[in-house]
Design a protein around this ligand. Sequence first.
Ligand SMILES: Cc1cc2nc3c(=O)[nH]c(=O)nc-3n(C[C@H](O)[C@H](O)[C@H](O)COP(=O)(O)O)c2cc1C
Length: 311
Amino acid sequence: MASKTPTISDPRVSLPGLDLKNPIMTASGTFGYGLEYASFGKLEDLGAIVVKGLSLKPRAGNTMPRIAETPCGMLNAIGLQNIGVERFLEEKLPALPHDTTPVIANLYACDAAEFGELAAALAADERMGALEVNVSCPNVAAGGQAFGQDPKQAAAVTRAVKDAAGDKPVMVKLSPNVADITTVAKAVADAGADMLTCINTLLGMAVDLKTRRPRLANVVGGLSGPAIKPVALRCVWQVCQAVDIPVIGVGGISNATDVLEFILAGAHAVQIGTANFMRPDTVFSIVNELPILMNGYGVMTLDDLRGTLET
Ligand SMILES: Cc1cc2nc3c(=O)[nH]c(=O)nc-3n(C[C@H](O)[C@H](O)[C@H](O)COP(=O)(O)O)c2cc1C
């Protein structure tokens, strides 16, 4: 570690349409609607709060069991259970510290028109900070392949959301379950995305030898946690080489060192997911540790470090 400097490091970060106190966001689906974690730290200290994925209508999600632990990460097939956009705006958003910390809605739908309708409903609320588009839902009309696996469909969804989002920044969350993530990243950036989030979960499965059954009722699910950090870092690095818009890194981040590694690889900000399940105050402790660690490495601002990885 480089010698300490007397100056205090500044973890603030500027994104399109958003000024953050620090680069630490929560990852959608791992932090509820935010309020569930309010007793573990101050929500207003976070860079941004990304809430559970929202759909136009409430959804019950998949049959249980829908979570399975593996030795290196967790598998989930929650099936996007949520209370729907209307109840979120009425019941949850007012209680979040949206004045001081941007609240970002994560949204998903199963056709482009529905994505547009949902984006319009969220963007019309001035308390919303930004929209994050989850393109991992299968497009039933197009044979069940997820929108995010086809550059053309991902671009169509991006355009529908951008057209409906007014002046709200739009970030599109990419799936790693593709042969070349940069192809989708470029298509989505060309379609007008303001930022990209990298990455969603990796498709995996776990089986039980005793019962001879899959551990998830859905058979397959999304792998997250420490196991996917190297994949996420690789995706962030590749995507940052391919596009000019800011990238938010996510996947297996569980401490401040991980955060600085993602910034070094080119990320503007990061999201903390599964680590919140392991210790519910993780995201708050990372916020506290980050400036101290930056100081230790002589990094005064994140702009100084971003993308300086020598390859
Ligand atoms: C239980 C669970 C639910 C999730 N729900 C969503 C969701 O609704 N929308 C979304 O875009 N990503 C969702 N994700 C993916 C996470 O936001 C994140 O991209 C992924 O878990 C990788 O980060 P991590 O390794 O830090 O958890 C979910 C992940 C988990 C574990």
